[in-house]
Design a protein around this ligand. Structure first.
Ligand code: FES
Length: 121
């Protein structure tokens, strides 16, 4: 539960994540990738929307926030999930966005909300 009384899962302390770091968690079978960019923490499902590849180990630029799928090289803005380039250099508009998770920072902890837009975790 968070302070607002809503169910959530504490993932880590905000201070544990270093600038530009990626860290993956599994919560009730859901993979969650946290990244810290310019002091802000983002949470995304690390599954490429082209063919389901785990992109948590893809090439990542912590300055621009762009992550590249290692399988067919689609590129996404990890802060928004928006695809910039599709597989094999195709137009990014052909690719669905990555799924973002709702998180909340409370008492120096990153909490993953149990109620996401697509359902309960
Ligand atoms: S699986 Fe990621 S670009 Fe194809």
């Amino acid at each position: 539960m968070n302070e607002a009384g809503r169910p959530s899962f504490s993932l880590c302390r905000t201070s544990e994540l270093q600038e530009g770091e990626r860290r993956k968690f599994v919560v009730n079978g859901n993979e969650v990738l946290l990244v810290k960019i310019d002091g802000e923490i983002f949470a995304v499902e690390p599954m490429c929307t082209h063919d389901g590849t785990d992109i948590s180990r893809g090439k990542f630029d912590p300055v621009s926030g762009i992550i590249e799928c290692q399988k067919h090289f689609a590129r996404f803005d990890i802060r928004t999930g928006i695809p910039l380039v599709g597989p094999f250099g195709a137009d990014g508009d052909t690719q669905p966005p990555l799924r973002l998770y709702k998180i909340r920072i409370e008492n120096d902890h990153v909490h993953l909300e149990a109620n996401q837009e697509w359902g309960v975790i």
